[in-house]
Each structure stands twice: as C-alpha cells, then as structure tokens.
Design a binder for this molecule. Structure first.
Ligand code: ZN
Length: 141
C-alpha cells in the first residue's frame, strides 16, 4: 500500500488560497514538500493538499496523512499527529493503537529503520507546524 500511495499520492496538488502554507525539508534524504492547509472558521481542516518531491516513504506518508486529516477538527488532527508520531518513532506494542490509526498503521514498521523515520514524519511535522502557526498570515502570497 505504501508503494501504491507513493505512485499515485492523494491530494497531490497546489491548494490555491490556502489558509496556511508550510515548507519542510528532510536533508538526510532530500525529501521536500509544501503542505497547504485550509482551515474553517472553527479551526477544522476543511481542505489539505501537498506538493513536493522525495522518496516513496515521504510521498506515501504525506498522501496517507492528508487523507486521514481532511475534515478533522484541529484538536483531532493534532491528536492524530501525536499518535502517529509516536508510532513512527517507537515500537507500537498496543494493537489497539494500530487499529485506531487505520490505514496509517501501514507506516508502523518505519521506526525500525532510523534512516527512514524522518521521511515518514516529514509530512506530519509540516501538519503540526501548519496547525500551530497561530494567526501568522500566509507568507506565500
Ligand atoms: Zn526520504
């Protein structure tokens, strides 16, 4: 499934007029991506998209992340970031935690490959940055 998402990533496009735009890079691998986030008045993620270039893991992770986060309230999106981030960086022993994250569990083996962890967490780091930028205006415009 990772391969499938890497080949045809979901939400891979520019989001014109996005509320937040965040650029992140992973110098270890050369992955870079731009995350576009459209937030509703109540803070919910009304739309999300990304562009960029990188390895299969970074693309698949970004694709899965945008699919999972779209439509979530901001607090749920941040909670999901926390869960997935710990799944990606430590061994998940709790089977239920894997069920909770649904398809994202496909990324759960990444923690065993320290060189790839940053590839998988890149999109999630961008998500957190975008959600926590506060009221800073979109500086891309
Ligand atoms: Zn990578």
């Amino acid at each position: 499934m990772i391969i499938e998402h890497a080949h045809s990533p979901r939400n891979f496009r520019e989001l014109a007029g996005a509320t937040r735009t965040v650029d992140v890079v992973n110098p270890l691998c050369g992955d870079h991506l731009t995350l576009y986030l459209d937030l509703a008045a109540d803070g919910a993620v009304s739309d999300i998209a990304f562009e960029g270039d990188g390895c299969a893991i970074s693309r698949a992770s970004a694709s899965l992340m945008t699919t999972a986060v779209k439509g979530l309230p901001q607090s749920d999106a941040l909670a999901l970031f926390t869960r997935v981030h710990s799944m990606l960086t430590t061994e998940t022993v709790d089977e239920k935690a894997l069920v909770d994250v649904g398809k994202l569990a496909a990324l759960s083996g990444v923690w065993e490959y320290p060189g790839r962890v940053k590839c998988a967490t890149l999109a999630w780091q961008a998500l957190r940055n975008a959600l926590e930028t506060g009221d800073r205006p979109n500086d891309k415009e």
